[in-house]
Structure formats: C-alpha cells, structure tokens
Design a protein around this ligand. Structure first.
Ligand code: GLN
Ligand code: ZN
Length: 763
C-alpha cells in the first residue's frame, strides 16, 4: 500500500505565533523557555494536523526557530569566529547572533549573509566555511524533536539538509573547493545518523535540492562517494529528496545511490518520471511529488491519480509515497481561515492544510481505486472547469499585438537628443528611487483609511500635505528629477494588484520569507487588465507643484508576476504579457497627463531566472519583451527609467541592454562601483545611475565618500551616461538621515560637475 507523505510543513504558525514569540523574545519581553514553549506547541499542532488529515510519512526537524540551513550550521558547529562561539553546544544567543548580528553599544557584529533559497522567496543563512573548517556535533535539535514527537506517540522521519547541498550552498572564505571538506563532514553526519538511530528513528530524510541544478562531474562523484559512506555507517533507511525541478543529467547518479527512497518533483519536472520509473532499482521507494508545494491551486486529482496509477502499474503501489512536490513551507497554512474570499475563487485554492487532505485523498484513490474517491474526483473536475476565468477582450488584445514590435519608436541615440533638449538637465543629474520615509504617521493614516476610520477626503488631504512637503524638500536641496514619495503605497506589488482585475488578496495567506519576516503574496487567478488609471492622480498632483520633472512610478510586469502566486492554467509568460498591457495603459495615461519621465521598477527581474542555465534564454526573451511592451507607444522624448536593487549583471547584461530603458538605476555602492565593470566592459549604451549610498543602514554618507564613488564610476563609464542616486527607495529610512544624506549627495554631484567643468575649459 502506498503511503501519504510530506517533506516539511510551515513553521510560523497559522496566526504567526512564532513571529510574535520571536519578536517578543528579541525585545526581551519573554524568556527563552517561553519561546521554546510556543515552538513546542506549534510543532505539536502541526504534527496533529498531519495525522488528522491522514498523513503517515511525517517529518520532524523541519521546524526551525529561524532557518533550516542555519540549524544545520548550528548542528555541525559551523560558527564563524566573530560570534566567539564556545566549544560545545551552540546556544540560542549565538544562533540568533548569526541570524541577525549583534548591535549593542560599541559592539557591532554583522549577521551572516542571507540569500534566496533556490528560486523561492524564502531566504536562508549562508554557511560560512573556510579551508580549515572543522565540524562537530554542536546541537541535539534533530534528536530532541524526534524524541518530542515520539513522546506524543508519533514516529517521525527527521529531516536534515543533505551534506552536498549544505556545502554547495555555503561560501568558502579564502578560496578552495568546498567539496574538499567532505572527508571531515561525512563522519559528523554519520555520527548524527547514529544518534537518531539510537533515539529510535527508522528513516532519515536528506534534502538534496542541488540535484536539480547544474552541477559538475566532481559534485556527482561526491554524491556517490558520500552516500556510499553514509550507507556503511548507519542502519537508518535513507530518503533523499530532490525538488524544484527535474534531475536531468544527474538522474543516473541519483538512481544508483545506495538509498532506500527517492523523492522527485513531478510538478516542476514531469518529464523525468518515465525515465525514473524505468531505471528505479527494485529495492527503492519512489516519493512522487504530485501536489504543488509552490503554489496555491487545488490539485487536479484525476490527472494526478492517473500519473500515480501508471507508476503503480510499473513499480507496485507499495513502493510509492504520495507527496507534495516539495516542503509545504512555501504555501500559506489554511484556506479555511479565509472567510471573506470569493467562494468561487476559494474552490480553486488549496493551502497547506488542504494540500495534506489532497495527499491523503490521492493515496486512498491509489490504494483503493478511483471509485473510493469518486465524489471527490467529480467535484475536482468541475472545479477545474470553473477555473477558466477568461476575458476575451484581454486575449484578443494580446493576440492582435505584434509582440515583435514591442519597444521604442526611435533608437536611444535619437531619443537621447530629444530628451536632452526637453529636460536640459545638468551633467550627473540627481534623483531618488521613488519612496520617501514611511513614517509611523504615514502607515497609521493608510491603515485608518483602509479600515474606514477616516474619510477619503481626510486621507487625501493628508497625502497632499506629505507630497507637498516632499516636493518642497527636493526643491530646497536642488535635486534635478523629483518623485512624489509613494506615501499612498503599502507594498509595490500589492498596490497595483489591488487596482488590477484578475488579482485576489487573502487575509491570512502568510508565507515565511526569512526568520520572523512573512509576506502575503497576491493571487493572480484570472486574466489581468486595468479598468481605470492607478497612479496618475498623485503623480499629476505632484507634477503641478513644481517646474522640475516628477517621475511617474510603476512596478514592472516581471516583478508583479514574481512576487505573486500565479495561475497555473496558462504559461507564466502569458500572464506577464497581460500585466504588461495593463501597465502600458497606465504609462500612456501618465504621458497624456503630462508626466515626462516614467520609472518602471523591476527589482525581481534577475530572481526570475530559472535554476538551470539552459532555460535562461527562454525566460530572458519573454521577460525583456514584457518590459518593453509596458512602455510601447510612448513618445521619443518621454524618458523611461528602470530600477533594480542588485548589481550582478555580468550574465544578463545583453538582456539589460535589450530592456532599452533610457536610464537604469542599480545598487553598487557596497561593491565600490566594481560591479559597474559589467556595464563598462560591455560598453553599455544608455544612461546609468549607480547607487552612491547604501540605504539599508541609517548611516549618513559624507560628501567626500560619494565624490569618491562618482570618480570610480567615471573611470568605468562616460560622464554623459552617469546619474547620481541612492541604492534603493528610502521608505525604510527616517527623515533625519534621509535629508542629510540626500543633501550631501546633491553637493557631491555639484562638486564633481564643477571639477569636470574646470578640466573641460582648461583642456
Ligand atoms: N520605487 C520603489 C521604491 O523606491 C522601488 C522599490 C524597490 O526597488 N524594491 O520604494
Ligand atoms: Zn531597489
């Protein structure tokens, strides 16, 4: 008989209990044992929920107070020097120091680096390794949580990040090959497995998502060697998981590992199934990820059951675990909490708890035949039909649009001349990225308005007052291109989602982003279109207050897509094109209303890149096209800006050029402009504003520092290309430091201008 299985469950709590407890603990409002009590309550509730749903393959140690990779570092004693870890157990203070850094009086120890977990919006703490790295068992968390479940009468399967994935995701300080550390690492893993065995575990789950990426021969060889060694050292049954894609050229390696069960992602990598079934050794169990762990749609039960049946015919149902495609960490908890969602839409959705139910239903169907779940199959089919939320006008418009023609009318060189004449900006023009500080008052007024505690009139006058003050401030310090400040926006995607058709918002659909940070992504369920202008009101209001140009501010199609749950009944690119057409309407409205510079932010452009390089080009082709589509039709002298808050452009520089924004602002201050090399080596033709100060800290940069950075930028790019701006939006900053920093920035630009002017007259 097949069993119902999952790989991991969200930790934050359905009412964000863990977030609350963590933040109270950090503020010294509750004790360590209070925090631990909340954590234990959550673990228990989650295990009980799985049992109630009919899951029998239940993981443990999937829980974490902050992050599972950080847990692994604590477990393996990978604690950088600066945290002064003691020999022995890594305590909670050290653990959180690694996660968040320490700022106490004169002590200022930075946190460990954090980065995205594959192509999800979850972030993990990067292990900091060095060539002399030693490993030791420095935590008993996996054993403790296994025993905790055991005492509740639940036999779980402890989850660890697998050794190869752990090393490959780490960063080696001082160079050297990370996999060279394996001989020292494997004995510690063996030791941990032994402890789990002694505690009574039967299985261990080793997550190896690196198996779906581009890894080289030596990594593949390392997989073989490592798992052979682990096999010898433990009687535990070993379950290796791959997820977020297909095994591809790593399939043969994996299939030949001496392991007892293998998980494959059939949602993201359906194409691998046939080959896996064909090659799977007769002793190996296959965990089939048929329920999407990355999205919120209900499962197409009939289709899934067909896949499972076919597999059962080939390998026997007793060798099948029915599973979600990956851990359920990436979906919200419980759809039942959404009491105000449109019931029709609700029918199409499944969150964590509902997905547990789907797994159980599918397992039942597989074990007892379709007739055992006949009612459910029918209702699922009907639901599937009703999902087709289509607007023929949107479809028609997209079909009619000659996509190849997406782009500007004239080439940049021609546009530039017209724009120069129109704006008459000085060299090194100064601007900001868009948002100004979202003070407590701004946030309170927005919430009051949303909750109906203040009238629209009162809210509007408040925004007018804020915008007036922001424009006056920018004029006072003599910035060249102004912004209205984005005070009316809570979040750069939500703001647009709320004003577009085809989007829905949940009340409790929280997903962990990192640590105690959670996000509530919008759900794109239907064709996207715009019924009325979304941003013109405040842009036009601001523009009327000044003779200087005020930038219109939009979030780009790729970013809106990337930070939402996206319908899965059509390609993501189709949805992106629809968003782009809606934005095009907005761009043209802004232009019509007299806004001459329009910025289309794409901070998520790079994170949309697929995991495997061979899939990059397809993505980049449509991603650049939808960006261009968003501004298609504007006049030559309308200046299009974009903004991206990172600076690694080396491998996508062609596509950045193809975006053909007149001006791009990027982050670079922290790398001392070195990352501008991508643009200079490439002879990037359009204009660039490399961020001259880091907005992520309240520190006010001195004028001389920024002059220095501008000189460095000048070595790499021509001065006709350069703009002067901060790294990113200022919404997380306070006014005091913002005012001081921007005033210094304008002085720095003026200084550089006059120096260049002098040398020009002399020359
Ligand atoms: N215009 C946005 C802002 O300034 C850009 C935000 C971002 O890059 N993430 O806040
Ligand atoms: Zn940014």
């Amino acid at each position: 008989m097949a069993i119902a299985n999952i790989l991991g469950f969200p930790r934050i709590g359905q009412h964000r209990e863990l977030k609350t407890a963590l933040e109270s603990f950090w503020q010294n409002k509750i004790s360590e044992s209070d925090l631990e009590k909340t954590a234990a309550t959550l673990r228990k509730a989650h295990w009980k929920m799985q049992i109630a749903a009919g899951i029998t393959g239940i993981p443990s140690n999937d829980f974490s107070l902050y992050d599972g990779m950080l847990d692994m570092s604590a477990l393996l004693g990978v604690v950088p020097e600066r945290y002064r870890a003691q020999w022995g157990i890594v305590d909670l203070a050290t653990y959180f120091a690694m996660a968040r850094g320490i700022q106490k009086g004169p002590i200022d120890i930075p946190a460990a680096e954090m980065t995205k977990w594959f192509d999800t919006n979850y972030h993990y703490i990067v292990p900091e390794l060095n060539p002399n790295q030693n490993f030791r068992i420095a935590s008993y968390k996996p054993v403790r949580e296994f025993t905790e479940a055991k005492s509740l009468g639940i036999t779980t399967r402890p989850v660890l990040v697998g050794p190869i994935t752990y090393l490959l995701l780490g960063k080696m300080r001082g160079g050297g090959n990370k996999l060279d550390l394996l001989p020292r690492l494997i004995p510690i893993y063996s030791e941990i497995l032994k402890q789990l065995e002694v505690a009574g575990a039967e299985w261990v789950q080793l997550d190896e998502p690196m198996l779906v990426g581009d890894i080289n021969d030596s990594a593949r060889a390392a997989y073989t060697k490592t798992y052979e060694t682990l096999r010898q050292s433990t009687k535990l049954k070993i379950f290796v998981t791959s997820y977020f894609g297909a095994l591809g050229e790593n399939l043969d390696t994996v299939i030949n590992l001496p392991i007892d069960a293998l998980h494959i992602d059939i949602v993201r990598g359906p194409e691998q199934l046939d080959e896996v079934l064909q090659k799977l050794p007769s002793s190996m169990i296959l965990s089939m990820g048929v329920v999407d762990g990355r999205n919120v749609w209900h499962n197409k039960l009939t289709a899934s059951l067909d896949i499972l049946d076919e597999a059962a015919e080939k390998i026997g149902s007793e060798r099948i675990w029915v599973s979600p495609s990956c851990s359920l960490l990436h979906v919200p908890y419980d759809l039942d909490l959404e009491t105000t969602l449109d019931p029709a839409l609700k029918n199409w959705l499944a969150f964590g708890k509902q997905k547990l139910g789907e797994i159980a239903i599918l397992t039942k169907g597989l074990n007892h035949g379709h007739s055992a779940i006949a009612d459910l199959l029918v209702s699922s089919d009907e639901t599937e039909l009703s999902r087709r939320i289509h607007n023929p006008e949107v479809r028609e418009r997209l079909e009619k649009h000659p996509l190849t023609a997406a782009g500007r009318k004239a080439p940049f060189a021609e546009r530039r001349v017209k724009q120069k004449n129109l704006f008459n900006l000085p060299q090194y023009p100064t601007t900001t990225i868009g948002s100004f500080p979202q003070t407590a008052e701004v946030r309170k007024m927005r919430a009051d308005f949303k909750q109906g505690r203040i009238s629209e009139g009162a809210y509007d006058s408040f925004l007018e007052k804020e915008i007036k003050a922001a424009i006056k401030f920018q004029e006072d310090i003599d910035l060249d291109v102004l912004v209205h400040g984005e005070f009316e926006r809570n979040d750069m995607v939500e703001y647009f989602g709320e004003r577009l058709e085809g989007f829905a918002f949940t009340k409790h659909g929280w997903v962990q982003s990192y640590g105690s940070r959670v996000v509530k992504p919008p759900i794109i369920f239907g064709d996207v279109y715009r019924t009325k202008p979304m941003t013109t009101k405040w842009s036009v209001f601001a523009q009327k207050l000044t003779k200087k140009p005020v930038k219109g501010m939009l979030t780009g199609p790729v970013t809106i897509l990337q930070w939402s749950f996206v319908r899965d009944d059509q390609p993501r690119s189709t949805t992106a094109h629809q968003i782009a057409l809606a934005l095009q309407d907005e761009v043209l409205d802004l232009e019509w209303e007299g806004i001459k510079i329009i910025q289309i932010d794409e901070p998520a452009f790079r994170e949309g890149l697929p995991l495997r390089r061979c899939d990059w080009q397809e993505y980049l082709t449509w991603a650049t096209r939808v960006f261009r589509l968003a501004y298609t039709g504007v006049r030559d002298d309308t200046q299009i800006h974009t903004h991206m808050c990172y600076s690694e452009f080396n491998d996508i520089i062609d596509s950045i050029r193809d975006l053909d924004a007149d001006v791009i602002s990027i982050e670079t201050s922290r790398s001392q402009m070195e990352l501008l090399d991508a643009f200079s080596n490439y002879r990037y033709p359009n204009e660039i504003g490399p961020g001259v100060y880091d907005i992520h800290s309240p520190r006010v940069p001195k004028q001389t520092e920024m002059i220095d950075l501008l000189e460095k930028a000048r070595l790499r790019l021509s001065e006709d290309q350069l703009w002067v701006n901060p790294d990113c939006g200022l919404k997380t900053r306070g006014w005091t430091e913002t005012k001081a920093a921007l005033a210094n920035m304008v002085s720095a630009a003026k200084h550089v201008r006059s120096e260049r002017g002098k040398s020009a007259t002399k020359g």
